[in-house]
Design a protein around this ligand. Structure first.
Ligand code: PEP
Ligand code: MG
Length: 325
């Protein structure tokens, strides 16, 4: 099956009736970027930079980070590279930044909450990203945003890094686009306010599902309740897209749900134009996309939004997507 999918590596990602859905890659490393390129992807929708901070005894220097981001950007030949600021805490730990054990790590001290406290970490990374931004089409993504205040503070930190580089005469892309992860229900609820502050949204369904349903994504005993096709999740997705559209900013999806073939009609129906997924999902998703009918997706979405249960939604999508699974 893998070999058969090789045939579609170069085929444009469009439905039978010509609807386009840009497929991007989620990567943790340069090695994964190479694999993504081999799978016919031209952009990166999520570079999880925490993986370059993990499994080592000291923090990567500004120079080291800059070099890595620059190499990644160059490999993409002008196509976009969305670099996410360090998303540690919760399940991702680094040895040189010991964090207190917490009762509830996924609701605790993590991600942007740490970055806004730990100027050393954040500032170094921002400088590295800015310096690399000259060498390609880099966009900066802030994780775990739950309020306007966090966006303002993150943007202020970026401005500070810019001013500093300016003073030192170090060049960078002054127009670097800024995006935020939409992965906390509060961010969905104020998506209209957040949309005025940033250039793009990226929906992180892994955390969004966890927080909307109050189901720990790491806890096996509640895994059966972790349900991306829950009607509440669908409504959250729709609210986010509506707010983004109203304010004229693009929205993509970069959680695992983006790698689920059965969700394709959902993205088409919602009017989402880009999805980003782990490398091994790219060809299977494209295969399904090529066999899909975009014309059906709008009515499918409105029916899905009227479903009362996840069971009903799943049935709807299974019937209407494709023959094979
Ligand atoms: C997400 O939460 O959906 C996401 C893409 O980020 P991560 O899986 O790294 O938390
Ligand atoms: Mg997340």
């Amino acid at each position: 099956r893998r070999e058969m999918l090789q045939e579609i590596v170069e085929v444009p990602p469009v439905t039978r009736d010509g609807r386009r859905l840009v497929l991007k890659a989620n990567i943790n490393s340069l090695k994964e970027l190479e694999q993504a390129l081999k799978n016919g992807v031209s952009s990166v929708g999520l570079f999880r930079t925490e993986f370059i901070f993990m499994d080592r005894s000291v923090m990567p220097s500004e120079e080291e980070q800059m070099e890595l981001y620059k190499q990644a950007a160059e490999k993409l030949n002008g196509n976009s590279l969305d670099i996410r600021a360090l998303d540690i805490g919760g399940d991702k730990m680094v040895s040189y930044l010991p964090l207190p054990a917490e009762e509830n790590p996924s609701m605790g001290y993590r991600s942007i909450r740490i970055l806004l406290d730990r100027k050393d970490l954040f500032h170094t990374q921002l400088r590295a990203v800015l310096r690399a931004s000259l060498h390609g089409n880099i966009r900066l993504l802030f994780p775990m945003i739950s309020s306007l205040d966090e966006v303002w503070k993150a943007k202020e930190a970026l401005e500070e890094a810019k001013r500093e580089l300016e003073k030192e005469g170090v060049p960078y892309n002054k127009e670097i686009p800024i995006g935020i992860m939409i992965e906390i229900p509060a961010a969905v609820a104020i998506a209209d306010l957040l949309a005025r502050e940033v250039d793009f949204f990226s929906i992180g369904t892994n955390d969004l599902v966890q927080y909307v349903l109050a189901v720990d994504r790491m806890n096996e005993s509640v895994a059966h309740l972790y349900d991306p096709f829950h009607p509440a999740v669908l409504r959250m997705l729709q609210m986010t897209v509506e707010a983004a559209k109203r304010h004229g900013i693009p929205v993509s999806v970069c959680g695992e749900m983006a790698g689920d073939q059965r969700a394709i009609p959902l993205w088409l129906g919602l009017g989402i134009e880009e999805i980003s997924m782990s490398v091994q999902s790219i060809l299977p998703v494209k295969d399904r996309l090529l066999k899909s009918d975009g014309g059906e997706s709008a009515s499918l979405l409105s029916r899905a939004l009227n479903c009362r249960t996840s069971e009903e939604i799943r049935q709807l999508f299974q019937f209407n997507s494709c023959e094979t699974d």
